[in-house]
Design a protein around this ligand. Structure first.
Ligand code: CDP
Ligand code: CDP
Length: 220
């Protein structure tokens, strides 16, 4: 599979990774790996089963035995559609805590590699370019100011009819950035050779265009 192309899109929360990865995958007809969803699914299971968040062994077991199934944009855990449940802020925060545990990351490693199928893959997360697909022909690191990102999350929540406080969002976002950037294993940072794109003043279509331009340039 090592000759199947992969485009990695990493970056902090609400930098637009998911949105841009979707658009790029649609445009190229590639498969999509939302690696954050795997950490979120593990977190959701842990919260439901009240698994202690310091029980690394039990959490890794949960990660290893996830019965997940992607159908279009929907994500199923066993037979249940959990697409909305995994997007809750509490689940994101828990995901970021358990993602610092090496055994959990190890448990999800093989599953992530298995998404690499013809004709290609767009993978988004934190360590797609640095750890999971270090030889990807195109690596992108998306970023944006904390304020721009909090504003995006705010609009997403309001759009879904969920009330939100900008102050709480900013606080959560900074705490998550801090945890993701400062953990010992697979910390959030641009991978070697990554193109860095600051999208603070860019919409998702403009960011997608830039990624597609870089992709076209890798074949020249
Ligand atoms: O996956 P990640 O957490 O990085 O971000 P996302 O879930 O794709 O959410 C980003 C939100 O900001 C979406 O509502 C996008 O429409 C919007 N947005 C974006 O993705 N990219 C921009 N350059 C500007 C806004
Ligand atoms: O959409 P958002 O950027 O807020 O989060 P996500 O991509 O769904 O990921 C949720 C959490 O999982 C992140 O805060 C990371 O701590 C963790 N994660 C990770 O460690 N490695 C990845 N490849 C993807 C997510």
């Amino acid at each position: 599979t090592s000759n199947i192309p992969v485009i990695t899109i990493d970056g902090p929360t609400a930098s637009g990774k998911g949105t841009v990865a979707h658009k790029v995958a649609d445009k190229l007809g590639f498969h999509l790996l939302d690696s954050g969803a795997l950490y979120r699914l593990t977190a959701l299971q842990a919260l439901r089963r009240e698994t202690p968040l310091n029980d690394e062994h039990a959490l890794a077991k949960l990660a290893e035995h996830l019965h997940i199934h992607f159908a279009g944009d929907a994500i199923y855990l066993s037979q249940e559609n959990v697409s909305d449940a995994i997007r809750a802020e509490e689940v994101g925060n828990t995901a970021s805590k358990i993602a610092a545990l090496p055994a959990v990351r190890q448990a999800l490693y093989g599953l992530q590699l298995s998404f690499r199928k013809t004709p290609g893959l767009v993978a988004d997360g934190r360590d797609m370019g640095s750890v999971i697909f270090p030889h990807a022909p195109l690596k992108v690191f998306l970023t944006a100011s904390v304020e721009a990102r909090a504003d995006r999350r705010y609009k997403q929540l309001i759009g879904k009819g969920i009330s939100a406080s900008m102050q709480d969002l900013l606080m959560d976002l900074k705490a998550r950035d801090d945890r993701d950037m400062n953990r010992a294993i697979a910390p959030l940072a641009p991978a070697e050779g990554a193109h860095i794109l600051d999208t603070s003043a860019m919409d998702a279509d403009e960011a997608t265009e830039q990624v597609l331009k870089w992709w076209a340039a890798t074949h020249k």
